[in-house]
Design a protein around this ligand. Sequence first.
Ligand SMILES: *Cc1c(COP(=O)(O)O)cnc(C)c1O
Length: 227
Amino acid sequence: MTGIDERLAERYATVTQGIDDACRAAGRSVDEITTVVVTKFHPASLIEQLVSLGVRDVGENRHQDAAPKAAALAALPLTWHFVGQLQSNKVRAVTEYARIIHSVDRPSLVTALGRVDRSIDVFLEVNLTDDEGRGGVQPDHVMALADRVLEVSALRLAGVMAVAPLDESARAAFARLRAISDNVRTLAPDATAISAGMSGDYAEAIAEGATHLRIGAAITGNRPVQA
Ligand SMILES: *Cc1c(COP(=O)(O)O)cnc(C)c1O
């Protein structure tokens, strides 16, 4: 049994309280929220401690780092979410442990996911910045991408995902994501999930209807210094 670091437990309690408060302020129930703890940069031992604290959903953004952790912790009751840029040639390996992909942003990736013969939950990552080079599909192309996902029977369209731009209020950006979600739901009524909100802006995301928070540093602490 791994001992639990007190500061980790404190940070987790603080964020849990923050989520409660934001839900109350928004007139929402915490039951609507799934908190995905993003554990990138951190070792499997930290994830074990999170499980002891009650965490069941973890997120990773790099296959090379995630795969050994997922293998080491395969016996734990964890759901693995993939939240980072995903290359088509890594799809098969990533979906060995992660059945929820938050970062689907192009048709070729949908095709690659469709070739994996297992059911996968898909979030469409939307680029909310003015920079077309950033990750995520442009808002104008979200509906076409949603159509592509709906054509593949093994894929379930969960909803939309975004990271708030740095040069705009998070609340305004998440309001735009919510409008995009409303639009997608005219095509796919079950695609009700909204993956938005990180350590610094989860309250704003909750206010704009987020169902899946992706929270890293506020819970895990900063990236450990390499020994
Ligand atoms: C790292 C990461 C997060 C968590 O960010 P924090 O600011 O540490 O909470 C959320 N989403 C994605 C896509 C990430 O890469």
